[in-house]
Design a protein around this ligand. Structure first.
Ligand SMILES: [Zn+2]
Length: 394
């Protein structure tokens, strides 16, 4: 069997549908969700303790599935686990994995980078609530609440990173020195469109502008630009653009800023390419390369943020998702210290899960509202049979 992360192929072949409940049927105070999760936890515990039997090569084999972690977007994780942590300004605790002291600091001497192997932190759970997930073996272990790189980087601070590089390059005259910022961004988009066409990359972005990057208001930070997938495409295009930029052609402090920007972008592109081209587990050599690039990309971002702020520019907004990206690298580092071949963080990406939910959601919209849950399950079962017959039979 080929060793690859289940981001490829049809998601009916890599995901199982557990339940279909229209939001209009939800009871108040999360009673529906909690009852659903409780039922799922009971099923998982039964599977763990009793297992199930399958026929393999003429023999009966007992399989015992083991829950190793939960993934999802951040609002869902906070709801599911009753987490005290949150990214809003009023939230004192930003991170569920550590107390988040100086969460923005990514330097080698930072609190985050020096957390020892097996470190313990105060419970991230609200004391008066109990998540049904706690009933799973290891269910209260905060490390099983996995950080999804998609929502942390591609739909998180990675969008800020690309938009800030692009705006700064435009302001430094890389795409032609004349005209307003919008005119410069328009010329940048022409080059981006040529890049996408020549490399056959798909993008949902149809223009660059101050509006696109949400910088119409004075004092706002550049952010956004398409969907999660576009973050990867934009980052790869910016890598080719930055290769042609010579930092030495600028006076200080722009020289230093461009140098760090190039270093950060190269580390980011290397990190993601390595994860996407690796299997479910990273070799020790690959893990070491990913750890080096992972720290370079977050430290480079924090330095870019600091250097541009010193020039009075609002670029490279520092957000708690930067800290969570640091944890992805820290977990790799700690797994390597334990002597293991670390699990590829791409396993925890939600691309495939969102595609799967989209398919089920489209199916449900074609059913009558009164019978939608049952009919969606029936149609999905037929889809499973069709796809599994195609993929899993000789
Ligand atoms: Zn933390």
């Amino acid at each position: 069997m080929k060793d690859e992360v289940n981001l490829k192929g049809l998601t009916y072949n890599t995901r199982l549908l557990y339940a279909v409940i229209p939001s209009s049927m939800y009871a108040k105070k999360d009673k529906t969700i909690d009852a659903l999760i409780k039922a799922m936890v009971d099923d998982l515990n039964k599977l763990y303790h009793e297992g199930f039997e399958v026929r393999m090569e003429g023999a009966s084999v007992r399989m015992r599935p083991v829950w190793i972690g939960t993934k999802g977007d951040w609002p869902w994780m906070r709801k599911l686990y009753k987490l005290k942590s949150g990214f809003q300004a009023q939230c004192h605790r930003k991170c569920h994995l550590c107390d988040g002291a100086d969460w923005w600091d990514m330097a080698p001497s930072s609190h985050l980078r020096n957390l020892p192997l097996g470190y313990h932190n105060p419970s991230p759970y609200w004391p008066n609530f109990r998540s049904p997930m706690f009933d799973l073996p290891g269910g209260q272990d905060a490390f099983r609440i996995r950080t999804d790189p998609t929502h942390t980087y591609h739909i998180g601070y990675g969008k800020d990173e690309n938009a800030s590089i692009l705006v700064l390059l435009a302001q430094l005259g890389h795409f032609g020195g004349k005209g307003s910022l919008d005119a410069k961004l328009e010329r940048a988009f022409e080059r981006f469109a040529i890049y996408c066409k020549s490399t056959r990359k798909h993008t949902s972005i149809t223009f660059f502008s101050k509006k696109q990057f949400k910088i119409q208001q004075k004092g706002s930070f550049p952010c956004g630009g398409g969907k999660g997938h576009d973050t990867a495409v934009l980052g790869a295009w910016l890598e080719t653009e930055l290769t042609s930029v010579s930092a030495d052609s600028f006076e200080s402090p722009w020289r230093e800023i461009v140098q760090v920007m190039k270093y950060m972008n190269r580390a980011s592109c290397f990190f993601w390419r390595l994860l996407y081209t690796s299997g479910m587990f990273l070799s020790k050599e690959s893990a070491q390369s990913a750890i080096t690039a992972g720290w370079d990309m977050v430290e480079g971002y924090a330095v870019c943020s600091s250097l541009t702020a010193a020039q009075g520019l609002r670029l490279f907004k520092c957000r708690p998702k930067l800290h969570m990206m640091g944890h992805i690298t820290l977990i790799l580092q700690h797994e390597l210290l334990r002597g293991a071949e670390p699990m590829n963080p791409a396993c925890w990406m939600c691309w495939g899960d969102e595609d799967f939910i989209g398919r089920i959601s489209r199916t449900s919209r074609h059913q009558h509202s009164r019978t939608s849950p049952l009919r969606t399950l029936q149609v999905s079962l037929m889809a499973y049979k069709r796809h599994w017959n195609t993929c899993f039979t000789d």
